[in-house]
Design a protein. Sequence first.
Length: 344
Amino acid sequence: MSTEIATLGEFGLIKHLTDSLSLNNESSLYGVGDDAAVLSYPDKRVLVTTDMLMEGVHFDLVYTPLKHLGYKSAIVNFSDICAMNGTPRQITVSIALSKRFHVEDLDEFYDGLRLACQQYNVDIIGGDTTSSLTGLAISITCIGDAEAEKVVYRNGAKETNLICVSGDLGAAYMGLQLLEREKAVFKGEQDVQPDFTGKEYLLERQLKPEARYDIIKELAKHNILPTSMIDISDGLSSELLHICTQSKVGCRVYEEHIPIDYQTAVMAEEFNMNLTTCALNGGEDYELLFTVPLTSHEQVQQIEGVKVIGHITKEDLGCALISRDGQEFELKAQGWNPLQEKKD
């Protein structure tokens, strides 16, 4: 039995979704229930980021469970705070939805949202709900903190710095390609379950990504303060060019050092795609790309899951990928562009 949202009304819906929320961060003085939340950050720099996810642009509900969507919606914001070398603390959640959704659908979404917040110790402190004529829209604002001298920006990379990346790249993109293929194959057929055996990692990277707060803690443990940092949401090439442009430097990245999972490689071959292109331009990996001084080489090598993939150069040398056979190719931002018109 599905419950019409209209039977609860806006405030009844908000109460239904937020009644069980509790606050766990000292900086969260007051959350849901008044005109605004109240936060206290006496000795910290406050970090604020907002992400909007639109149905049909950022996600497809044909293959995205609402619980996973709730989890991912929170994670993409936590990742932005981590990219500033910060700790996510609170989020506000705003949702616009059409009449095809029911209260139970939002319960599923909030189950995923709450799970992400529990995993990362983040408080849900407010938000808004409204109606939509075009499906589901989600807007989340995340607030975090960092010590003033430890905030890391995109513009601090220096010549000879090492370029490092966490995890592996291209898996989320290959997961998306896999889901889109199965959607096309089984279009219109009910109760058909595609077989994803052996491809679970790719699906998880697309549907349930993680923010790399574990890497932030490891960097602090090894006394490493990156000179620049960004999370990989639009693809390694795009993000590296952001760092180089804002830092006024060039770079050299080595193809043989780009970390790629075995399942990603197998899937790229199956789709007849260039593996390096997928890793450079795929996007939605939410790994951390950062630069460190050359003197931190030994310490950074001790961090599991972090790999040195290149180095920063003078600006006039430009940004290039060095292929396995030693050829030099100009790096271009070919990652996902949400404002670009889709071609038929």
